[in-house]
Design a protein around this ligand. Sequence first.
Ligand code: GDP
Ligand code: MG
Length: 160
Amino acid sequence: AHIFPSAWTGINERTFLAIKPDGHQRRLVGEIIRRFERKGYHLVAMKMIQASEELLKKHYIELRDRPFYERLVKYMGSGPVVAMVWQGLDVVKTARMMLGETNPADSLPGTIRGDFGVDISRNIIHGSDSRESAQREITLWFQPHEIVCWQDNAEKWINE
Ligand code: GDP
Ligand code: MG
């Protein structure tokens, strides 16, 4: 049965993650997906795309006045991005913890940026910073029919 959550809260909370072109080129796609799968999160959408400048400018609209904005948009469009929607309890905040800090130099070992990155402008992965951003970003990157709602038979072993 397909269960469409009425609200993105509790165990139905969703976040948007995108493996950036450097993460893709460095063959980190499997490693990153593996971390979220083993954590217990539930993957509901995924696609590899070459993002347009228009999409990337909208995605990073809040940073439009920052000096690195143009370079950031160019780099994000320089190769494939693996865009995903993950679901689960506190997934927005927990995914950000699993990513590490914006600057890999400030990210602890054990985090994705701490384990695999060096440079702030090549930090491997994007993750929504709030539930509101997640909703905006998921709507921007995915059509409703691309979100797959599936029965998770491990769910009762992950959430009480
Ligand atoms: P995030 O939410 O941790 O990804 O960080 P932000 O939303 O603040 O910035 C978006 C992205 O812009 C980051 O992931 C970096 O790739 C890049 N970025 C942020 N700050 C800087 C900076 O000071 N210099 C450069 N070159 N890139 C930055
Ligand atoms: Mg951000």
